[in-house]
Design a protein around this ligand. Structure first.
Ligand code: LCS
Length: 393
């Protein structure tokens, strides 16, 4: 893309389409592990960093680079680092920025494996974590210690869709020399740009909306300022959690329709959430785009729309929920989210089943909670499927 076209719709199509010697209009797949040097001097210069060039795919690859430039541009960051999965991205951040004796604050509502990584792995390396209701600024402030290095926010949180105030938390964090990392998987930069709101780092499970087609597992780190980038890049290179060039190509391809897909996800989710809210068998609905969301004013402040995720509970509890899950036909009973097809799951027995019951309770991940990832199908079809399944309870 020549010139400066800043709108998200245009950037999603053009960002990261780097110059290609043959004029290819999308980045070709460099499915190679290693790159030939012209001579010893060039190889040595690439390794020394005095000359730029590709060495070995774990250290860098043109197809991966194109995707990194694309997502960094969409998030308004200075650089991106593509990873093998969302978990590889989170692990890279923790490994690079935390050490024995450090303390971290983490939203108590996060994806189950994020919590697993903290509890099972980070503690082995002497890092202490406080799980905090980060939707309360006061709780967040109270949890800060002299050795706090990082605040990790997931907003909206998986699966309750609780919201944390990115701008206000970043302000408090920066007063205390603490970095703020935001998991922006549920919103994508189309809906929420954490770096603009003051966060230092954004991570994504690109497995979800960015790729959008349920056929890739991938992650991304985007930094606002370049000063921490080298440390993250070196750590990723050493840990080895890099993305495969073909996966990078697919995600980059998916991003071209990200804005269109997000618009449809949000439109459909609002309709489905409104339908559920009005149904006699439904006890509660949580959707950031509904006025009934407990933090609706904050949603309006930091998000452009409610996103594609809805959580709800039935009056008959999980027993009724189980009947619903077993009776849907169009909605697919599966974990993951953010793809074009509607998925439905039960977090307490699936995505968050390995979280201690006590931690689940503390995070309000109740046994009756059903999570819907609303796809881009016709919204009337999704609603009809849910209505018919609810009728069978
Ligand atoms: N962050 C969030 C918010 C997630 O929802 C997930 C995965 C991850 C990070 C990890 O990404 P991955 O390594 O899988 O690319 N969430 C999943 C879920 O809710 N169901 O299945 C996976």
């Amino acid at each position: 893309m020549k010139g400066d076209f800043g709108s998200m719709d245009t950037l999603a199509v053009h960002a990261g389409m780097l110059e290609d010697e043959h004029g290819a209009i999308v980045p070709p797949i460099y499915q190679v592990s290693t790159f030939r040097f012209k001579n010893v001097e060039q190889g040595a210069a690439f390794f020394a960093g005095s000359e730029e060039g590709y060495i070995y795919t774990r250290l860098g690859n043109p197809t991966i680079k194109a995707l990194e430039v694309c997502v960094a541009t969409l998030e308004g960051g200075s650089a991106g680092l593509a990873c093998a999965s969302g978990m590889a991205a989170i692990n890279t951040i923790f490994s690079a920025l935390l050490k024995d004796g450090d303390h971290m604050i983490c939203s108590k509502v996060v994806y189950g494996s994020t919590l697993g990584l903290i509890k099972d792995v980070l503690t082995k390396f002497g890092v202490e974590t406080s799980l905090v209701d980060t939707s309360s600024l006061n709780e967040c402030k109270k949890a800060i210690k002299p050795n706090t290095k990082l605040i990790f926010l997931e907003t909206p949180g998986n699966p309750t869709l609780v919201i944390s105030d990115i701008a206000a938390t970043s302000e408090i964090a920066h007063q205390n020399d603490i970095l703020v990392v935001v998991d922006n998987t549920f919103s994508t930069p189309v809906i929420q740009r954490p770096l603009d709101l003051g966060a230092d780092i954004v991570i994504h499970s690109m497995t979800k909306y960015l790729n959008g087609h349920a056929d890739v597992v991938a992650g991304m780190i985007v930094v606002k300022k370049s000063n921490i980038f080298d440390e993250l890049r070196t750590t990723l290179n050493q840990i080895g959690g890099i993305i495969d060039p073909f996966a990078a190509f697919l995600v980059h391809r998916g991003i071209k329709t990200l804005v269109l897909r997000m618009e449809r996800h949000c439109e459909n989710a609002l309709r489905v959430a409104s339908f559920l809210e009005g149904h006699t068998k439904v006890k509660w609905v949580n959707y950031p785009g509904l006025k009934s969301h407990p933090q609706y004013p904050l949603v309006q402040k930091q998000m452009k729309a409610g996103g594609g995720m809805v959580s709800f509970g039935l009056k008959g509890g999980f027993k009724a929920g189980k009947a619903l899950l077993n009776n849907v036909k169009l909605c697919c009973l599966a974990v993951s989210l953010g793809g074009v097809e509607t998925l439905i799951e039960h977090p307490a027995s699936m995505t968050h089943s390995h979280v201690d019951e006590k931690d689940r309770e503390m995070a309000s991940i109740t046994d009756d909670l059903i999570r819907l990832s609303v796809g881009i199908e016709n919204s009337e079809d999704i609603i009809q499927d849910l209505r018919e399944a609810l009728d069978k309870i």
